[in-house]
Design a protein around this ligand. Sequence first.
Ligand code: ADP
Length: 368
Amino acid sequence: MKIGILGGGQLGRMFIQNALNYDDEFHVLDPNSDCSCAYISHFSQGNFNDYEDVLAFGQDKDVISIEIEHVNVDALFELEKQGKKVIPSAEIIKTIQQKILQKEFYKKHNIPSPDFQIISNVSEATFALPFVQKLNTGGYDGKGVQVIKAENDLKNLWDAPSVLESLVDIDKELSIIIAKNENGETKTFPVTEMVADEKLNLLDFNICPADISKDVQSQIDAIAEKFINAANSAGLFAIELFLDKNGKVWVNETAPRLHNSGHQTQEGNANSQFEQFYRTLKNLPLADTDAFGFSGMLNLVGEQNYSGKVIYEGLEEVLKLPKTYVHLYGKTETKPGRKMGHINVLANSREELLEKLNHIKTLVRVIA
Ligand code: ADP
């Protein structure tokens, strides 16, 4: 089967790496001829945001999917009209691309998400302080999101269509990955805790399984089920969640694709998110997702003040450690905050896992 993926970054790379266990052809569309997938796929250079490029790319593919959600969705609607298989659907990608549509979707389907106001410009902002402003489009990895705490910060409001959302008093950031095939079968991965790097506003550690109560687990199960029914599309989705200090779970946002919060599934679970995603594209029975024990992930991100040809300092020390797995993304140039790779770790307890992750963090630096 000819599988076409819009985007040639690390998510696509790890998907192809896994899917080479099977007999398919992997095609990738990306503007950068040196992207993470360039040398391991049938590579087409082009812009996944361009209508004509996406339409042309999709013509001879049996299924078209994404590894980034900022793609030209009109072309995907057209491909669907032509009878092509697009997973996830153009409709759900469009909904998720725009924070305003995404929030309205949660509200319509009774999926708990923080209260909000939609504005098209600053003059409309009347939402109670403190709140978080999220640009309707163009946000990524924490960019396009700002906290407005007091009257005094109102002058910083971005004058653009946005969502103003209540500030949640966050206890934990969690994620659940759920997959659905075209037969309607669904399966989730164990809930993962995401620990953010305050400076970079980027995900730093994943810890799986999350340390949560039965009640929190059942709130999350209910959310995942409501989401997958409402989305009405095959595919793999990562639902990012907040657990607040009162024990209530809220949806932050959803990614209609493979996700950083699922990287430890590569060695930590019976099957990875990459395997599961492959199965959704081919409408195969979904894979079992059982965790082997405790697993975690540490992102390797470009250190501040270093740009240029990448050096992974300390990596050999990491390779000496047991049950520790290095994944690099094939990016030659590092930049501050750029995701260059990750390290997965297995452990027998949460304490051991945290100790290992913190130790590895002191060993390795991504510099130039
Ligand atoms: P992005 O799509 O850029 O990752 P997010 O919407 O996930 O943006 O926001 C980035 C981070 O900002 C979140 O991980 C969380 O730490 C914080 N944040 C977002 N929304 C809220 C909120 N309503 N209350 C408190 N913190 C929030």
